[in-house]
Design a protein around this ligand. Structure first.
Ligand code: UTP
Length: 224
């Protein structure tokens, strides 16, 4: 059976207004999808993770400690989904190898080790299982020419090459809580493993469905 890896940004799950209807829709969507595919979801930490990281930074904790705060929050977010879904793993795996040992159609996890974001965990997993698709579900409609949360004239890119992304973001990890579209360590893996990667708005489940069904979708294709 084909496997799909979805990196689900924490900001999609938890924003200022907690949207419980989205959780219900997502649960239904994932259950249906898991009848056809093996699905791995890596949940991010979002604003909550950044709040803890910012506090820790003000208290002069080192970067590795700040990353562990972020990881812990991603696992709490993952736990919300496992509790809701009922059909996935119960224990949150702490590494991609542990995730691969779980014999369920739906596997949910958060971060693993310091030094990267959950996107990199998704890329690592996608490489290990030779995933059919890697989808980065974030809080905007794909990759833009500049940050759409800051600039109202930012333009959505229908596609972007991995080289262009690497030119812009490099391949190294910068700092805990850094809010960028895809972190450097993920780009390195995607380039190496040539994983078909798509970026879209995780709130728009209909777009997620289109990408999975190989239809035109509102988002960005990363050309590898
Ligand atoms: P996220 O992956 O959520 O970062 O992890 P993000 O890109 O800010 O994600 P979203 O889209 O808003 O959710 C939050 C922080 O946790 C640490 C990093 O510091 C990261 O910035 N982290 C996460 C790790 O160190 N390792 C991991 O495997 C995951």
């Amino acid at each position: 059976m084909n496997s799909i890896v979805i990196s689900l940004g924490g900001s999609v799950l938890i924003s200022d207004d907690v949207d419980s209807t989205y959780f219900q829709k997502l649960t239904k969507f994932l259950k249906e999808l898991s009848e056809q595919y093996k699905i791995y979801i890596i949940v991010g930490g979002g604003k909550t993770a950044r709040t803890y990281i910012n506090l820790g930074r003000k208290l002069n904790f080192n970067e590795e400690t700040l990353d562990t705060f972020g990881i812990d929050i991603t696992r709490v977010n993952a736990r919300i989904l496992t509790n809701l879904l009922n059909i996935s793993n119960e224990k949150i795996p702490e590494s991609t190898d542990e995730a691969l040992e779980i014999n369920k159609q739906l596997v949910i996890m958060g971060g693993t080790t310091p030094g990267h974001s959950t996107d990199m965990v998704g890329a690592e997993l996608a490489e290990k299982i030779d995933a059919k698709k890697f989808i980065i579900a974030t809080n905007v409609d794909g990759v833009y020419d500049k940050d759409p949360n800051k600039y109202s004239d930012a333009k959505q890119l229908k596609e972007i090459s991995i080289e262009k992304l690497i030119d812009e973001y490099g391949t190294e990890w910068s700092s805990a809580g850094k809010n960028i579209v895809i972190d450097g360590p993920s780009l390195k893996i995607l380039k190496r493993a040539k994983i078909p990667t798509y970026v879209l708005n995780g709130k728009k489940l209909e777009e997620l469905k289109k990408v999975i069904n190989n239809e035109d979708f509102n988002g960005t294709i990363i050309k590898i």
